[in-house]
Design a protein around this ligand. Structure first.
Ligand SMILES: [Zn+2]
Length: 271
């Protein structure tokens, strides 16, 4: 599943090819995504993309009259290719531009989304209740500590709650808690201000490092095949249960939390 860094790299990959370009055609081959693709998107024809923004894992193509929201779901990819590139299986949606390029959404599992909002900013229901972006100053020191007061949920569940902070998915929650030395099962309300501030810095670092690493895949967004935006990463704990801790050699353990796998080192991480 694409997480925040993959979506940000996707934004960087597609933006230069579609900003200030005029939509000449909208093609919906299969409207049945997570929510149906609206049937009135022909109204985009003749409009220019002003910018491509990201909020959490939503991409927002800004037009003068509103925003086209794109979400990659579990398996979606976006590419910017020549309009002559043949359509492949699971290519559900195309935005064709006057200069001959196509923004094409492929999504085998169809949990992605294409939606339209007449507003420019994030007053939409889908986006209005989201917590701060982790890479902005809104997610600063003391934020997590203050937000967690009296909360009895495990820290990992707390971090993955989009109302607390967006974009800390399972991979990055596992990695950040390992690097901060905090057990995923520790209760959110019991962690000190100092440890929270360190965790906040680490979350920013791991996300920024992943985006930087993903930057090497930018060229994939203009290739007709492949899986742009999905990149291999070097990880400390995620996906490594039963293997040795890279820091202390202890065997990494696994616990299920909210139906997701948490991998941790019983030696390096504490309550
Ligand atoms: Zn360890």
């Amino acid at each position: 599943m694409p997480e925040l860094p993959e979506v940000e790299v996707c934004r960087l990959g597609i933006s230069p090819h579609i900003i200030n370009n005029e939509v000449s055609k909208v093609v919906v081959r299969n409207a049945k995504l997570r929510w149906p693709i609206p049937d009135d998107l022909q109204k985009l024809i003749g409009l220019n993309v002003k910018s491509v923004d990201r909020r959490a894992k939503y991409l927002l193509l800004r037009f003068d009259t509103g925003s086209l929201l794109l979400h990659l779901g579990m398996s979606g990819t976006l590419r910017v290719i020549d309009k002559e590139v043949p359509v492949a299986k699971h290519d559900h949606f195309d935005l064709v531009f006057a200069n001959g390029v196509v923004l094409r959404l492929n999504d085998p599992r169809r949990f992605g989304a294409v939606l339209w909002f007449d507003e420019h900013y994030d007053s939409q229901g889908l986006l209005s209740k989201l917590g701060p972006e982790p890479l902005t100053d809104d997610f600063g020191h003391d934020y997590l500590f203050n937000k967690a007061k009296k909360r009895k949920v495990p820290i990992k569940t707390f971090l993955m709650n989009n109302h607390v902070v967006v974009g800390v998915g399972n991979i990055y929650a596992n990695e950040a808690l390992f690097l901060a030395g905090i057990l995923p099962t520790a209760l959110a309300g019991s962690i000190s201000r100092q440890r929270y501030n360190r965790l906040t810095d680490i979350i920013k670092q791991v996300l920024a490092a992943a985006i930087e690493q993903g930057g090497t895949t930018l060229k994939d967004f203009t290739q007709a095949d492949g899986r742009p935006g999905y990149f291999a990463q070097s990880l400390f704990v995620y996906g490594r249960a039963g293997e040795a801790c890279l820091t202390c050699k202890e065997t990494l353990l696994e616990v299920r939390q909210s139906n997701r796998s948490s991998v941790y080192c019983p030696n390096c991480q504490q309550d």
